[in-house]
Ligand binder design. Structure first.
Ligand code: MG
Length: 635
């Protein structure tokens, strides 16, 4: 039967913790990595009992290394090593031993020699009722591609010897996956699954540090899975992920993310099959389809009494107007065209707790869905439970799930704009026209260790798509970004992480006490006019060095008065094909967040070329603030 599995190496912690985490996440099958046994204080048969208690089948033990094609001196010792593994398998109740292609310098790549070794090993295994799986490592001494491994398995010709397919090695070697469909199903011993980001590095480094769950990287795993399944293979499909960040995270969270990513992979597999008129496989539970996200209904700020005023001054400077007040709470609605910002000054409840931990910050994001009930049902099915908050008399009950750092993601019915009347009294005309027309994007800074987890959350749970990863320089380290977007592109959220303690993203995490929304980008049709008005109303923008404009005039054929206008206002510029992009950043609010105001002219990107300038200017601003504070303290 096709079923999902996870290798113990994918998780951190003790073997007991890993088994419990896998079972809790819904796995019924695991692969045991021998290292985990080495560090386990009990006997292997206790592992077997533990697994049985948790309802887990141990599908394989791995690895046996440097076996085939060994020198005459090593050969006898290798067979002896294999016997010890068989003893271990007997105690564990595992039936399959996985061998990876030899990396031994003195081994031979002679196909018949290797086939003879594996045939003899398979015969030894058969006497004990075991099977052998042979896998091509991308950095094997002679065998690196799955087709080579298959040729050896084919020539060895033993019923209990099969090939282990691992998407990591296959994609790292750019092997063709389509012919996998032609393999005899009973000769595929195991299918392993790992994704990786499209980084240019050697396969071994990529494997050891950057393997990730399906959907967290850049490889077309659906094509690989489709080919495996098309062969008629009907065994375990196992996540085998070596990743430092995974091992450092709680095993329960990693197992949950692994299951989420597999559920989404299974869903994609069945959707592709349905499109071809094929029956679904149902390896995953049937999930409610992701809701279609059509926009952002509101952004909610948690704030305290002393910070509310500067925040409101900033919002008013940007053209927002307080249009409504909550009927029962100390909560106001600021609005400008389609952009709703809720300012929550309550002294208890969710927003207040959030404020106490994180300071003035975005505590909730309300997404518009075509079918919020179905979106919630899906989230629940993928281990994202419904948040139950305190609801006052006459207040709308908006379903929500927990997002980054336990902020809330509300799920609001698309087009239900009259819902505001239920909770708010309007103080003025509800529509406030202004220069800012919509939320263009929101950036989330997350802890490096949680980056992939949130990617899976946004994609598998909420139904966002993602774009390739971008890497940029920060004056104090490195900065990585991956943009997720709704299916119509209307809601886009760059997820940012940083390496380096003093990077803007790291300072944010330190000041904020965790990840969260660092940037709110709002669009306008006339940025110059907007900036002139906003500056007149006292909004402060990031200072951009003159050198930036020197460089700009050298790079683009822009009119000198245009450059001068940008320089005098602090506006940044980018161009892609025929499109142009003008944008500007407000100074940092309490070291936590800032607004970007932008004007798109047939331009669909994010001005990444200017991100290093922004990061450097923010670093300068930060240093200046530190100096000013030090001066104040010495005065
Ligand atoms: Mg493998």
């Amino acid at each position: 039967m096709l079923r999902w599995s996870i290798a113990t190496v994918s998780m951190g912690g003790t073997l007991e913790t890993k088994l419990a985490a896998a079972a809790r996440a819904g796995f019924r099958t695991i692969e045991i990595f021998e290292n985990d046994l080495t560090f386990f204080s009990g006997k292997p048969r206790q592992v077997r009992a533990m697994a049985e208690d948790l309802g887990l089948e141990i599908v394989a033990l791995q690895p046996l290394r440097d076996f085939e094609g060994a020198s005459a001196a090593m050969r006898a010792r290798n067979f002896e090593r294999a016997e010890r593994k068989f003893d271990l398998m007997g105690e564990l109740g595992a039936n399959l031993l996985c061998i990876c292609s030899s990396v031994a310098e003195d081994s031979t790549g002679d196909v018949d020699h290797c086939a003879a070794d594996l045939a003899e090993l398979a015969d030894n295994a058969a006497r004990r009722g075991f099977r052998i799986g042979y896998e091509a490592l991308a950095w094997g001494k002679h065998v690196r591609d799955w087709q080579q491994a298959w040729e050896i398995v084919r020539r060895a010709d033993r019923a209990n010897l099969g090939i282990v397919l691992d998407s990591f090695h296959i994609y790292a070697r750019k092997n063709d996956v389509a012919p996998i469909a032609n393999l005899p199903a009973d000769r595929i011993a195991l299918v392993q699954l790992a994704d990786a980001p499209g980084l240019l590095m050697d396969a071994m480094s990529l494997s050891r540090h950057h393997r990730c769950f399906p959907g967290q990287g850049d490889w077309p795993l659906h094509e690989y899975l489709e080919a495996c399944v098309a062969s008629g293979y009907s065994g375990a499909i196992s996540l085998e992920i070596f990743n430092d960040q995974f091992r450092g995270a709680p095993a329960a969270a990693i197992a949950r993310d692994g299951m989420r990513s597999l559920q989404a992979a299974g869903e994609r597999l069945d959707a592709d099959r349905a499109a071809r008129g094929q029956a679904p496989l149902h390896i995953s539970r049937v999930l409610p389809k992701p809701g279609r996200i059509t926009g952002v209904e509101f952004i909610e700020f948690a704030t305290g009494p002393s910070l509310a005023t500067p925040l409101e001054t900033e919002l008013e400077g940007l053209g927002f107007r307080r249009v409504a007040r909550h009927k029962t709470k100390d909560v106001d609605l600021y609005r400008q065209n389609d952009v709703n910002i809720v300012v929550n000054r309550e002294q208890d409840g969710f927003a207040h707790s959030f404020y106490l931990v994180h300071g003035a910050s975005v505590c909730a994001l309300a997404l518009r869905f075509d079918d919020p009930a179905r979106a919630l049902e899906r989230a629940n099915a993928l281990a994202a439970p419904t948040y139950h908050g305190r609801i006052g008399p006459g207040e709308a009950l908006i379903p929500a799930v927990a997002g980054v750092e336990n902020s809330l993601i509300y799920m609001v019915k698309d087009g239900a704009h009259n819902a505001w009347d239920m909770d708010f009294n309007f103080l003025t005309e509800p529509h406030n026209p202004g220069p800012l027309d919509r939320i263009d994007h929101l950036s989330n800074v997350v802890r490096r260790s949680e980056f992939l987890s949130w990617l899976t959350f946004y994609k598998a749970v909420l139904g966002f798509n993602d774009e390739p990863q971008v890497e940029l320089a920060d004056p104090y380290g490195a900065f990585y970004s991956r943009v997720i977007s709704s299916s119509d592109g209307g809601v886009r959220i760059p997820i940012n992480i940083a390496d380096g303690g003093a990077t803007t993203a790291s300072r944010f995490i330190e000041a904020f006490g965790g990840g969260g929304v660092q940037q709110i980008a709002l669009s306008t049709k006339d940025l110059f006019a907007f900036v002139e008005h906003a500056r007149a109303r006292g909004v402060r923008f990031l200072e951009i060095p003159d050198n930036y404009y020197e460089d700009l005039s050298a790079r683009y054929d822009l009119a000198p008065d245009m450059i001068e206008r940008m320089r005098s206002l602090g506006v940044l510029y980018d161009r892609h094909k025929n499109g142009e992009f003008l944008h500007i950043y407000t100074t940092m609010f309490e070291q936590r967040f800032f607004f970007e105001i932008l004007e798109r002219r047939d331009y669909d990107l994010f001005g990444a070329a200017n991100t290093p300038v922004r990061l450097a200017a923010q670093a300068n601003e930060y240093d200046r603030n530190l100096r000013d504070r030090a001066m104040l303290e010495t005065e």
